[in-house]
Design a protein around this ligand. Structure first.
Ligand code: 6PG
Length: 253
């Protein structure tokens, strides 16, 4: 695994840095395979990136017809619900760019049983990714946020999904929200060619300090479980989120 940590002064610079990365990864993936597979994250920080990608110059830098859109996680709600990650991405990005509708693969948060949504999504991955038996889907890019508790995607502290070692998609009960979620598991997350964490704000500083500099404890700080086997992890963090880091080396621009 290659891990790069880039610190920027403020969140708008984080979004523009992430947008440039997105465009570069997309260009290389499309040159290599004719398409780019990306898994979107929920949350306000990833939303800032989506809103920037929806505008020029970035909008016109991407061949959106070659982009295949997935989600890293989804809430157990309908796609038009205010909490839906699909709805957020539609409103912030997908309604402004010419992604081919058949290339948008949402998690079916509306299904009565979240476990059925997880199984259905695993079937979508099987049919959309060219896989030999035993293979795991390899995304070109997986976008991730990180919560103040160190969760990422919907891998929350103390949940079994953090340690899932065979299923690609899980439907954990999240006690703090009294609801199920649907989430890619580390099995898929750690196969990605590129993972990009977007972390902004002082409220993330404590968790980021432990995740990046503390002892391994992924059960309590699930973001630590993200260690792509041969992929690259880029942490894009702003000054406030980085304010408690003491021994981290930052990649210069
Ligand atoms: C979700 C996300 C979640 C999010 C983080 C960061 O469904 O909520 O996938 O993992 O990315 O909680 O969210 P913020 O950027 O809003 O703090």
């Amino acid at each position: 695994m290659t891990r790069l940590i880039r610190k920027v002064s403020y969140s708008q610079q984080l979004f523009s840095t992430a947008a440039k990365e997105f465009c570069e990864i997309a260009e290389k993936a499309i040159a290599r395979s004719g398409q780019m597979t990306v898994a979107l994250a929920g949350g306000s920080t990833p939303k800032g990136l989506y809103e920037l990608l929806a505008q020029d110059p970035y909008r016109s830098m991407v061949d959106w017809s070659a982009i295949h859109v997935y989600w890293g996680d989804e809430r157990h709600v309908s796609p038009d619900h205010q909490d839906s990650n699909y709805r957020m991405a539609q409103e912030a990005l997908l309604s402004y760019v010419p992604v081919i509708p058949e290339h948008i693969h949402r998690m079916q948060g509306e299904l009565p049983k979240a476990s059925d949504a997880a199984e259905a999504y695993e079937n979508i991955l099987r049919q959309e990714f060219p896989l030999s038996s035993g293979d795991v889907p390899v995304f070109d890019l997986i976008l991730l946020g990180m919560g103040p508790d160190g969760h990422t995607a919907s891998l929350f502290p103390g949940t079994e999904a953090v340690h899932e070692s065979s299923r690609w998609v899980a439907a954990p009960w999240v006690e703090k929200f009294q609801t199920h979620r649907v989430t890619l598991t580390p099995v898929v997350l750690n196969q990605a060619r590129h993972v990009m964490f977007l972390v902004s704000g002082r409220e993330k500083a404590n968790a980021l300090h432990v995740v990046l500099e503390g002892p391994p404890d992924p059960d309590q700080y699930p973001s630590q479980i993200i260690r792509p086997l041969s992929g690259r992890v880029l942490w894009l963090i702003d000054e406030q989120a980085a304010s408690l880091l003491e021994k981290t080396t930052f990649q210069t621009q």
